[in-house]
Ligand binder design. Structure first.
Ligand SMILES: [Zn+2]
Length: 320
């Protein structure tokens, strides 16, 4: 797993290489243009002598408007010729930073978006990121009727709103944590991925993983030296999403790893979202009271309710 720094390094390197390619290509085209068109050299000579005269006349206070006109006309002629021979000016992907990646000493937004796109690319290979959006989260699967748990349509409408707002106002520091509870097949992963997509679109770097997968990565790093940086990536990511907490084997290692993840992120004010099929009681007995108390005290918990959406969709497919 790549840390935030690694991802940014990769983004800067990609920008640097792309710019280098453009500069090299432009130099080659320039050389070819001068070879094919001797008039270019002649224009350069005239431009240079005009420039010198212009400077001298300007210093001595003479009118240089006519010389300026001549110089402009020559420059335009040169531009047209260069274009003709395929050696036009470099077209930057980002006119703001001219593909250097920095504006006024700060990282340009284009680098942030490139870094985020690497994360999205990687995540899309494992998760249905593209198809899990807010606008295709279909509330029709949640009946508008009162049940012992509440009214599923009303509940899920409210949760959808919470998620949209969370994503809209997201910032990577001193921001809220979410805990999504409820049975599987109720859309927890769908909504969490929609949040992740929105966070990525804003140019932030999230880490998303099933609890089992995240713990395995931490374990590998700790005990076999593989997977270097995995833990740091989880701790320092702009948003950490732990999906399906409780599906993994609970060992003393996973318990302490979970506590450290939750606690470190709370201490540094970094937001975390957790999905689980477990109830708070089950969390407490499966992990520890200090974990459940951290969640109760610092996470906004929402219980997903209703009939299994995955099953409903599967039935619909068979019916078609
Ligand atoms: Zn830029």
């Amino acid at each position: 797993m790549l840390t935030k720094e690694d991802i940014y390094k990769k983004a800067f390197e990609a920008k640097r290489n792309a710019l280098k390619d453009k500069v090299t290509r432009r130099e080659m085209m320039l050389a070819a243009a001068y070879n094919a068109c001797p008039k270019l050299k002649d224009i350069d000579r005239r431009l240079s002598s005009l420039g010198a005269t212009l400077a001298i006349n300007a210093i001595s206070g003479q009118d240089v408007s006519e010389l300026k006109k001549q110089s402009e006309a020559l420059s335009n002629e040169k531009k047209v010729l260069l274009c003709k021979y395929g050696a036009e000016d470099i077209k930057y992907d980002c006119p703001v930073c001219m593909d250097t990646g920095y504006v006024n000493g700060k990282i340009c937004d284009c680098v942030k978006h490139l870094a985020s796109s690497f994360v999205a690319e990687e995540l899309s290979e494992e998760m249905p990121l593209e198809s899990s959006r807010f606008d295709n989260f279909d509330l029709k699967y949640y009946p508008d009727k009162d049940t012992a748990d509440g009214n599923p349509r009303r509940r899920m409408t409210a949760i959808l709103k919470v998620c949209r707002e969370y994503a809209l106002k997201f910032k990577p520091k001193d921001y809220g944590n979410l805990l999504f509870m409820g049975n599987s097949g109720l859309g927890k992963t769908h909504l969490t991925l929609a949040v992740v997509s929105a966070v990525i679109e804003k140019g932030y770097i999230p880490v998303y993983g099933a609890a089992e997968n995240l713990f395995t990565q931490i374990e590998k790093e700790k005990f076999s030296g593989e997977n270097k940086g995995a833990y740091e990536a989880m701790i320092k990511s702009d948003l950490l999403v732990i999906d399906d907490l409780g599906a993994e084997m609970a060992t003393s290692f996973t318990k302490s790893a979970l506590y450290n993840l939750i606690n470190s992120r709370l201490l540094s004010g970094r937001p975390t979202v957790i999905n689980t099929n477990l109830t708070m009681k089950e969390i407490e007995s499966r992990y520890t009271a200090r974990i459940s108390s951290r969640l109760i005290g610092n996470y906004d918990a929402y219980k997903f309710i209703g009939p299994d959406v995955r099953q409903q969709k599967a039935v619909e497919k068979i019916g078609k």
